[in-house]
Design a protein. Sequence first.
Length: 333
Amino acid sequence: MIIEGNNEKDHLILKIDDSTGKFVDVTKNIIFLNDAGRAYYVVMLTRFGEKRTYYFSFNNMRIFPSSHMINIGCKPVYLNNKQIPVQCIVQFGSGPYKVFTTNNTSFLIPSINILENDIRIFTISENTKVKNNLLFSYYYSLAEIASQNCLDDQGIEKHLFALYQKINCINPDSVLSNYYERCNSTESIEENKLIFPFMTNYSQICALRMVLQNKLSIISGPPGTGKTQVILTLLANAVCQNKKVAIISNNNTAVANVFDKMKELGMEFIIANLGNSNNVNEFFSLPHAYLPIIKEYKDSSVDQKQIKTVLSSLESLYSQKNELSKLIQKKRI
């Protein structure tokens, strides 16, 4: 066997990584490979671009020939539910696949899911495999102990542990993954699309931006500081951006409070007040009741430029008011 050149679409070469003990893709670094009898004779590039010669045992390398190109046609390709720009997908033998993007990058995956309308790829990193995650194991153990000490078979502790038992892996694109991996992925927001339809202040504006930019956020404060107001503003922005929001709580009162606030403003039609069977039945008993109102809001023309100008002025005023409050507080001290 002789391999010359580093065409990643012609073959796949894996080598044991000395630090992790796992096979990693080294195809693009291989310049020449030959079966030298008792080992592979390999010429490869180092991370500094230098050519080095090595002898690797057969057990430390795996070589796959290119089997065939996957026909993706015009189907969009999604990686962990996010569409990615794909040039082609190649399968090596009956084993792994390699995805080549239009951004001149590539990555290896064990399997793909070819559906009628699209292609789905899910990757689970080692850190998100729940058996290897210490933080998950800690919470799992707490739930198990609480369940064992719960005398009520219908108690929330029993239910919680039953849910933990059903989790086999965590989608790396999920909020739960961000929490367990102690990282918080961020994304950019379109400032000109932010709206503040309710009375607000500077700290609430900052909180809204934080929530929209980060996958996981915590907003805390004593009663009366505007936490519910932030939720209402977040709801309004999510609806305007065609996003879905689930409002959940460990008690019905907190959820009902948000619904009642929206009802006072005449905007309860954007909320499906569910949570228990009575609410579900009530909501779906008149499924078309709010359609005329929704159509009226949808058809209303909005001057985005004017909104941006007004919001910029408001934010400036709120910022000045915030600084004034700080000065007054400082003077009192």
